[in-house]
Design a protein around this ligand. Sequence first.
Ligand code: SF4
Length: 369
Amino acid sequence: MIAKNRLRGLEQIGALTVSEGLIKEAQAAAARQTSEYAPGERAALISQIKSLLQKQNAVLVAHYYTSPDLQQLAEETGGHVADSLEMARFGNEHPATTLVVAGVRFMGETAKILNPEKRVLMPDNQATCSLDLECPVDVFSEFCDAHPDHTVVVYANTSADVKARADWVVTSGIALPIVKHLAKQKKKIIWAPDKHLGSYVQNITGVDMLIWPGSCVVHEKFKAKGIEGLKDQYPHAAVLVHPESPAEVIEIADVVGSTTALIQACRNLTAKEFIVATEPGIFYKMKQAAPDKIFLEAPTGGVSATCESCMRCPWMGMNGLRNLARTLETGKDEIVVEEAVRKKALIPLQRMMDFAREHNIGMKVKGNA
Ligand code: SF4
């Protein structure tokens, strides 16, 4: 951790990068969920989960990056598969008294912030995100305190505590319009935690921005060279890129957008082949949206690659049928957010929702102050 008297600039905060050890731990936990099923185990788990969801008046909401099994189960049981904000919106409007969030912890926390009267469970509430880990609230608050003339804008991939310190929360789908809105008011911005998304937004808006040096361990690994190599083999493929990717990858994209925007692009573009630079869990929904098209994983290979499978999010992989059944049985992985923090975090979240509604950007969540 960075000592208080050393916190002078963003360059020192770079030391907060998530360790290989933490990533390996998450990969090991993910492997326990996906290790081979005993004969009949998978079917028995699915049947047990369906019955428990019904008995407990619970609904399953799954992120696009979770396994096909979980996405299919959410759809078959009247739940929903979506990005983080749409997951929260669905949970907010659904009459179930328990929300089961298959995703990572900040998604469970967002669901709880917006739905304090509901029980929020996760298959594993230790499933986190490198962006969240790289933005600890104590260091971040100190940095904000040192720049009191800046408006604090944080990405949804942050803890409830960090959201509580922010003026605005944004998702990748709404970041640009909100920052353009702030730029018109001549605001200076602290942006956290994703440096690539921050630079992308800064390049387009030209806003005066201090950018926190966090990154997503998945999107950070995509390489322009690898994608260009694949493009040589599939010259007519459209390149779809999430803006958490490095600038060199964004530069060669045909479409840059949120998970929802990338799925829509598969449906709307005339291309028959797509090179996709985001977590491959999204292929489940892309194939549904455009069943006749071909989807190719953008390589994380290239000259300096250190692993073959780093495009799979280790924390998303911690969600499986085994721990989903367990959390419904035991309630062990419930999400709890301290009420004082929840109330503070709701303010910037609600601000984003209100902005989206006023500008018709496609979110409609009612909060509970
Ligand atoms: S894919 Fe990246 S941003 Fe998404 S949860 Fe995993 S580490 Fe976080």
